[in-house]
Design a protein around this ligand. Structure first.
Ligand code: NAD
Length: 375
């Protein structure tokens, strides 16, 4: 089976879908890999390394796609990409298919089967394929590093002859994979950490990392489906904001990671709250791509408002392109090997990971959740 990997074209993207090491293992397993020239450049993997791993190098994405059975990408293909793909071929990438109905239509028109990395079920058996987790983990780390760098203070307690420096205070919103890594990283740097989430079970996780959990009264009532938080009620948000209002005044660094799948991110830090923060404090809004958890954050920009630096970095995992590509390549190749052998796809349509990640097939949108949103 022939695999093609193009250079990513989305702004702010530095990752690549396969690394030379993973190419080597796929070649060994009987697959043939064709990589667009320069695909790994932004993550420091040269054409030469891919060549040494056994891959062919294509001059353009179109040339790579022309004869490919499977296309592996980081971001969703564009309509132009789809036009260059073979009818009936297979594409695996992040799709967030509910956000790109026109690409879904183009895929269906050419009967291209698409599997989405963001739709891989969050079950133990699929952990090795879970790119949402691998990338969020790196992003949570980087968010703290960016925040620490923008802060005019150090994180740890420091006792010196010239006086004692008290530890920085970090407030983390959303205790999923990114939030947990942010808590762990901030703790390792010596900060005092507080965190909040709508899922009550995260209290124990926060405490196990040495953080303090901010419990919103009525948290038990929040619905969780497949581990994901559902949108909370206006009443809950109000109570949560009252609690946060109090704590955010003390924070030096706030990191927000709160997401609700298929919805705009909840606004957790209002302009009034920003005004109440200490001058020189920092907010890193990791939800900025989904609309932002802070009312004042701007996508892809760092802005200073009311004396607070607000970082709206567009693609946090891409700031660590080496590790992010390494982990993503492991995730996507594991999914490929789950779905296919070198001789072709298995098409086990009832199998949970196949069914969960399959978006388009035989000219139809088949993914329940995406259909629901696009209906
Ligand atoms: P996510 O990125 O979808 O959301 C980040 C966090 O924001 C979540 O913890 C969510 O509860 C929280 N949130 C949403 N609305 C909020 C609000 N108004 N205020 C505060 N917090 C809010 O989450 P994720 O990191 O992708 O993890 C989602 C779930 O999947 C978690 O339950 C996680 O434990 C689970 N998971 C399971 C596996 C597995 O079993 N293989 C792997 C990874 C994650």
């Amino acid at each position: 089976m022939k695999i093609a990997v193009p250079k990513e074209t989305k702004p702010f993207e530095r990752r690549v879908a396969l690394t030379p090491d993973v190419v080597k293992s796929l070649q060994k397993a009987g697959f043939t890999c064709l990589i667009e020239t320069g695909a790994g450049e932004a993550s420091y993997f040269s054409d030469e390394k891919y060549h040494d791993a056994g891959a062919g190098i294509a001059p353009t994405a179109q040339a790579a796609f022309a004869d490919a059975d499977v296309i592996l990408k980081v971001n969703a293909p564009t309509e132009e990409d789809v036009a260059a793909m073979k009818e009936g071929s297979i594409v695996i990438s992040y799709l967030y298919a509910y956000t790109i109905p026109e690409v879904v239509a183009a895929l269906n028109k050419k009967k291209i089967t698409a599997f989405s990395m963001d739709a891989v079920p969050r079950i133990s058996r699929a952990q090795k394929m879970d790119a949402l987790s691998s990338q969020a983990n790196l992003a949570g780390y980087k968010a703290v590093i960016l925040g620490a760098n923008a802060l005019g203070k150090i994180f740890p307690l420091l006792m010196t002859a010239a006086g004692t420096i008290t530890p920085a205070r970090t407030l983390v919103f959303g205790v999923g994979v990114a939030g947990l890594q942010a808590i762990a990283t901030a703790k390792r740097l010596g900060a005092v950490v507080e965190a909040t989430d709508v899922r009550a079970e995260t209290k124990e996780q926060v405490e196990s990392l040495g953080g303090r959990f901010l419990q919103v009264e009525g948290a038990e009532g929040v619905k969780v489906e497949g581990g994901y938080a559902k949108e909370v009620s206006a009443d809950y948000l109000e109570k949560q904001q009252a609690l946060i209002k109090d704590r955010i005044k003390e924070a030096d660094l706030a990191i927000t990671t709160a997401l609700v799948i298929g919805k705009k991110a909840p606004v957790l830090i209002t302009e009034d709250m920003v005004k109440s923060m200490k001058t020189g404090s920092v907010i890193v809004d990791m939800a900025v791509e989904s609309g932002g958890n802070c009312e004042l954050s701007e996508f892809g920009k760092t802005v200073v408002k009311h004396g607070v630096t607000i970082i709206g970095e567009a693609n946090m995992p891409s700031l660590l392109p080496v590790n992010a590509s390494e982990l993503y390549a492991k995730n996507i190749s594991t999914l490929l090997l789950h779905l296919a052998t070198k001789d072709g796809f298995k098409w086990e349509m009832e199998e949970e990971i196949t069914q969960g990640s399959l978006i388009t097939h035989n000219g139809e949108l088949v993914h329940g959740f995406t259909k629901e949103i696009l209906a």
